[in-house]
Design a protein around this ligand. Structure first.
Ligand SMILES: NC(=O)C1=CN([C@@H]2O[C@H](COP(=O)(O)OP(=O)(O)OC[C@H]3O[C@@H](n4cnc5c(N)ncnc54)[C@H](O)[C@@H]3O)[C@@H](O)[C@H]2O)C=CC1
Ligand SMILES: O=C(O)C1=N[C@H](C(=O)O)C[C@H](O)C1
Length: 259
């Protein structure tokens, strides 16, 4: 059995994963970490990961940007690989995650679903064909009203994926209300919508002269993120120090299915 610490265990994603792992034959939660104690779990829960004295093979993190430094310190000190799913991280925190991966295995992904990770690859192909033909790129994301960060980590990851395929020529425009001016050629507009219980929608729009192509991903349940995070945790347990993302997990599964 792979032993998991669930960081942010009493949150929406922490509970999705707790329920999924109850039925899992290969992995189990041995401890949880959460500042909130409004839920009774079948495993011990610590207020801070630094207090956790239970041995584990991997940590799954869906918590808060405020907890990221303690999480990385614990992961390095105890040599427990960590799957970082929390979004809204600053550039400085992202740099700390990269640095930590020199000492312990770290997998970070703003979106654990197969669909979004597949879409990232499709967008690179689309951008390489459509941008030279003069298409503009805009991203619209929609999420539930409880979400703290905006734009979503996924919207930024989709933009980054496109930008990687275009030699980083693009800037991101988050707010068009400040200046009275036309959009720049080398910009990706990113807009966030918040309301109700929308699980997660991402739409990437390539707008050309007289034609528009739209790529859209809709998450109907949070289980798609939970299943992806569990797959990632199983992949990461026992891996050497290094920086991994969902493409490593998906490629690993494709190889396994071929054999
Ligand atoms: N990568 C992905 O595929 C996905 C990422 N997320 C991200 O995961 C994070 C959590 O999402 P949700 O579960 O929806 O949020 P949530 O607010 O329901 O849960 C977060 C939990 O973390 C706990 N927490 C807050 N500060 C903490 C601290 N310092 N130490 C330990 N626990 C702490 C809270 O008490 C709460 O129970 C968000 O950043 C969200 O954007 C969410 C869904 C998918
Ligand atoms: O907070 C959420 O709910 C989600 N957050 C992630 C993000 O910021 O991209 C992933 C998913 O869209 C759900």
């Amino acid at each position: 059995m792979i032993r998991v610490i669930m960081h942010g265990c009493n949150g929406k994603m922490g509970q999705v994963i707790s329920n999924l792992l109850k039925e899992d034959q290969e992995a189990e939660i041995v401890a949880g970490v959460d500042v909130s104690d409004h839920i009774q779990n079948e495993y011990p829960v610590f207020k801070n990961i630094a207090e956790c004295d239970i041995e584990a093979d991997v940590i799954i993190d869906f918590a808060s940007v405020k907890a990221i430094e303690d999480l990385l310190n614990y992961s390095i000190e105890k040599q427990v690989p960590v799957v970082v799913c929390t979004t809204g991280l600053t550039e400085e925190q992202l740099a700390k995650i990269k640095k930590a991966s020199e000492e312990v295995a770290v997998l970070r992904s703003a979106n654990m679903s197969l669909g979004i990770n597949m879409l990232m690859k499709l967008l690179q192909t689309a951008a390489q064909v459509l941008v030279p033909a003069g298409f503009d790129i805009e991203i619209v994301e929609k999420h539930h009203k409880l979400k703290l960060d905006a734009p979503s980590g996924t919207a930024i990851a989709l933009a980054d994926s496109i930008n990687d395929s275009l030699d980083q020529r693009y800037d991101y425009q988050y707010d068009r209300s400040r200046e009275l001016k036309r959009r720049e050629k080398n910009e990706i507009g990113i807009q966030a919508v918040r309301g109700g219980t929308i699980v997660g929608e991402h739409e990437v729009i390539f707008a050309g002269i007289d034609e528009v192509i739209e790529f859209k991903h809709t998450a109907y349940t949070k289980a798609i993120f939970g299943k992806g995070a569990i797959q990632a945790a199983k992949f990461l347990a026992g891996k050497p120090a290094g920086f991994y993302d969902m493409s490593h997990v998906i490629e690993g599964n494709v190889q396994l299915n071929k054999t």
